[in-house]
Each structure stands twice: as structure tokens, then as C-alpha cells.
Write a protein that binds this ligand. Sequence first.
Ligand code: FES
Ligand SMILES: [Fe+2]
Length: 483
Amino acid sequence: MNKDSRDFAGGATTDYEPWHPELERYPLAKMPKLAPVEQKTREALYRQSKKQPPRDYGFARDRDIAKYYSAEAMQREWKGLWTKTWLLVGNANDVPTPNSFMKVDIGKESILIVRGEDGSLRAMYNVCQHRGTRLVTQDFGRSKKFICPFHHWEFGNDGSCLKVAKAETFRKETLANDFSLPRVKVDTWNGLVFINLNPDAEPLLEFLPAEFRDMLEAYDLARWIRVVDVEQEWPVNWKTALESFIEGYHVEAIHPQMNPYFDSYYVQQDLYDNGFARSIFPFMSPMPTHPSYNKAGLSDEHKVFMRDAGLTESEFPERSVDVRAAIVEAKRRNQDRLGMDYARFTDEQLVDDWNIGVFPSATFNIHPEGMLFQRWWPHAHDPRKMVYYYQVYAMPGVKEMPTYMGVPKDADTSGTKVLPRTHSATGDLEVLGSVLSQDATFLPRLQAGLESDGFRGSVFSEQELRIRQFHAEYHKRLDAVKD
Ligand code: FES
Ligand SMILES: [Fe+2]
């Protein structure tokens, strides 16, 4: 059969080998030998990056496009998703000491997460019980009590009502009400902080798949420090944005500058329970279709990543295909100087980008040195807007963060100061860097087309498998809502 006779209408008539999740192409064989670590540890390391068996989410065209703009869908999501699911909101070090707090805004709600004198975390609604004022507008801080600015009622950071101002002016029947701040479920795993607005939620550990926990075991997340924190409103639905961050299919077209060093074609995709997933993007490998593939010559990004690993210009290999091995070798050799202990990681983890999806709408791109943590959260009232959070967490003491994360050279990784959040205006591309700017600039164009009567619904390639998995979990949860 001739190559061009493929049935583009969706049939299975192919005479070439299409990309498929079963395709094992994770380039273990090309890597240098692991540093001498115990066999048991080595086996555990390989288990972490082991490919999962494929899961089939079908091939149907998604005609439910109203979910990207309708107010009705937004309400259903609020009922079925945002108020029912564990939400990853940050790291234990965001509230490092007794009496420190952080404010988490989700949709129309605002939640305070407070570390008590006893060291444990509590979460409560950020709303004065007198007439409903938001108690706190600061993102992070430290206080034993919260004083409402409207009439000066006072609340302890455990949520108890400490003082009704001029209490003698209230009738005693009125004062008999419960004025404590309603509690919200909060829990942590390996330093990651989650909240759940559903008082009857399942335990957090039931929500986090075992494979998710296994693969993060080697990272000492509880010690990681927030070094970048940006919030920006985007004029698109949160799913329009999220979905473009859980597929690599668009990278070649929208981020062409990455093609010399980012293979977005051969990507290992692992799908887990509860909408969790991982993609392993081979960093430093060119796209197979790129002219530089298998030729001499390095891109600027190859050089940047090698410098991050402590290599000097004279040590650079000539061909881009040798860059991965050079980085692994250099990182292991220079680990003390880089402030790292790489023995706990596979060679691939020292180079590759592990993009981990935490349902419903967070991802982190994790490396031994730190992680880029992103969230695409709903707007309080408008389905055509969303709130984007872009945070970077670093290993304390690390000397070189992956440059692509955009961490300032003088970032404080000591953990002694709490970094304030940068609230940036829509369209401020400076804070996003080049790659994120390309996404942020492009997405409104997608949102506009989605609403056209001429759009018949989305179809997904196998490189967009995680979107289908996301939809399956999303609809399962929304369908469970009783009206
Ligand atoms: S609304 Fe808070 S004290 Fe009145
Ligand atoms: Fe992108």
C-alpha cells in the first residue's frame, strides 16, 4: 500500500509505524553506566521510570465544546470537581514555621492554610463571620490572629472567634451563634500540601496513585523552597489552557526554537488512576525531523544545559546526540560543586523532563534540582477567564537550577525568607519567559475558534492521550453530581 493511501477519516489502514504509546523508545541503552549504587537502589530507580501498560480512552470526537465557555458547565465543575477533589496548592515550606499562613484562592472561595503552634496544618474559610468580609488579602504571612478591617472582630489562627467588637451592642441570642471560621480539609504528602472543600472527602492517600508516590520518593520535596511565584489572569477557559500543557504535539509548531533540543515526538506517556499521568520528554535530543538531527553542531540550549551541569566550553562534545551523556557524566562528577546528591536518580532523570499531571489541573516538571509547578485554575465567575499560577521550587543549597525555569541567579534558596507572590497583569510576557509567552499569546486564538458553529468538535492524536484521559476523569466526576 502506498503511504499516501492512509485513511485520514480515522480508519486503521496504515503501512507505516505510527506513534503509539506502546512504543518503547525511552533511550536507556545509549546512556553511560550508572554510578555505583546498590543493586537494590538501582532496581528501585528503574521502577520509577518504568513505562506503564497502555490505557485505552477510545477515539471519539469530543463534541461537548460548551464546557469551554458555558456558565452552566462552570457551575457543574464547581459542584462536581473543584469542591470535591483534593487540590494541590503548594509545599509545606510555604508555611514553614508556627503561625505562618498562606492564602489559597480557588474560584469564588478563599482559604487560609495555617501552621499551628503544634506544627500541624489547618485550613479554614477566609471570611469574617460578622458580615462576610475577606479577612486576609495577603498571600503569605505570619500572625497569631486575624483582625477583620470592617468592625474589628478578631479570630485566632485556629479559626476560633476571639473577640466580637463592642459585644455589648449585640443581643445575647445573637452572640450565641457559632462564629468560628468553618474548617476545610487539608493534608500533606511528601511535603506537598492539598486541600479539599468536601468535608466527606476520601483520605488523601486514596486519591494519590501508588505509582505517583513511588516515582516521587527520591525527591526530598518536603525541603524544597519556593523561588519563583507568579499569578496572571488569562482570557481563556482553564481547560483550554491546561490541555495545551499536557500534550507535546503542539511544541514543534508553537515553540519551534525548542526543536533542536527537545524531542516532542518520542515521548513516554504513563497514565495512572484518578486522572494522574506522566510524560517523559527527552531533553537535549532534537526532533527526529529537525535538520540538525544526528549532525555535528550544537544549539545554544545544548550549551546552556551543559553549562548548568558544570561543563566548560572545551569539554563540549561536537554532536548534539552526545550531549545527554556528557550532561549525565558532568552532573555526577560535579555533584558536590552543584550542591546535589545524584546517586538517588537514574541517568535519564538527570537530563529528561518529567511532566507529571496532578488531577484536576496542575502539573509539575520535575528535575533533581527543582520543579516548575503550574496550575490553571477557574476564574471566580467568568468561564472565559482563568487564573494561571507559575511557581518554581528548588532543592535547598542547589547551585544551578535548570535555566529554562527562569529562576533569578540571586534567588534565595536558604528557606529563611518567604517569597511574596508576583501578581502580573494579563499580557505581561516578561514574567513568563519565551516558551510560556508563546502559549499565553496563542491560547485566546484557540478559545475564539472553539465557540464557532463551524467547529465540529475536538479529535485527539495518541500524542494527546492525556487530554482524553483528563476528559474521562472530568466527565466521570461531573456525571456523579446529582442536580
Ligand atoms: S464584617 Fe468583619 S467585623 Fe464586621
Ligand atoms: Fe506550549
